[in-house]
Design a protein around this ligand. Sequence first.
Ligand SMILES: O=C(O)c1ccc[n+]([C@@H]2O[C@H](COP(=O)([O-])O)[C@@H](O)[C@H]2O)c1
Ligand SMILES: Cc1cc2nc[nH]c2cc1C
Length: 343
Amino acid sequence: MISFNIDNISNDLKQVLTDKINNKTKPLGALGMLETIALQVGLIQNSIQPQIKKPSIVVFAGDHGIAKKGEVNPFPQEVTAQMVLNFVNNGAAINVLCNSNNLELHIVDAGVNFEFSNNLIIDSKIALGTQNYEDQPAMTLAQCEEAIQKGAEIVRKIHTDGCNTIGFGEMGIGNTSSASLIMSSILNIPIEDCVGAGTGLSKPEISKKATILKSVIKKHNVTDPLDILHTYGGFEIAMICGAFLAAAELKMTILVDGFIVTAALLVAQKINSAVLDYCVFGHTSGEQGHQKMLSHLNATPILNIGLRLGEGTGAALAMPVIKASVNFLNEMASFSDANVSNN
Ligand SMILES: O=C(O)c1ccc[n+]([C@@H]2O[C@H](COP(=O)([O-])O)[C@@H](O)[C@H]2O)c1
Ligand SMILES: Cc1cc2nc[nH]c2cc1C
């Protein structure tokens, strides 16, 4: 039984925080989104002096049965494992962004089709990739629940080590197909509106992907959130779902990345909608479909700069904006501090 005890954020300090923000030496609202983020983080931490501690990114990697055929994904399945090794060798985009923004990076094997022997990888392997959902559910319900619990455990450990602000990323060849299936089933919108280029399909290839996924939806026709998650799967997506729920339970600020991570959030918010109070959206992905997910969640991401990579890159790039928001709240002079006339 999956259950997380998440409090909605308390609005006790809303007025005090709003007054503090409005009394800074600037025209009302002139720091735009920095102001809304400062308020949100203050409410999350129930503090007028919130702090960002050990900001971290966790990348969950997993393989997808359907990707072995290569019909919905331009890159071969082996790239998932190869990229995981690139992450631990500090060579990927997410490494560069974490290094430039001073973020801790954790790499999790949620279910890659490769046996790693590298102690820099957190071993949470559920299996060597999922089953192909064209034939059977991607994973069993028990595996799905195990993945949710493992994702939650990883976040609890990182929180115990001092982190209060966290972003999730993913790596998994074929996982835009899982995310599209989840999106279509949770939001009850046609699969054609949820399918996109992923890592680089052409227009005709996208149509073929939509046709294949349409028959998958027809075959399973699932509506319960956990059934949707275990049927269309992605061990990394299920783990991220658990990670979201645990991070919200621990009152952490959560940075949401792109299309696949937001699909995991779509499931998490069906399990417990209070998770959304803790989420700041990092960016709008170039993957068609992400914008629709964001609209459904009423979310306005920080960045819209054409990223469509995954790995947590949008979350990592947005982290300095979170830090800047908290810093202005804590460090900027008020009108009275600075003897500046307010109107
Ligand atoms: O985060 C996104 O919005 C995003 C959009 C398109 C592709 N990706 C990444 O690309 C991979 C999945 O693409 P595909 O074409 O194999 O389904 C996976 O490793 C994701 O991290 C990620
Ligand atoms: C090279 C490559 C890097 C990635 N990073 C996230 N998804 C990816 C997919 C590919 C193909």
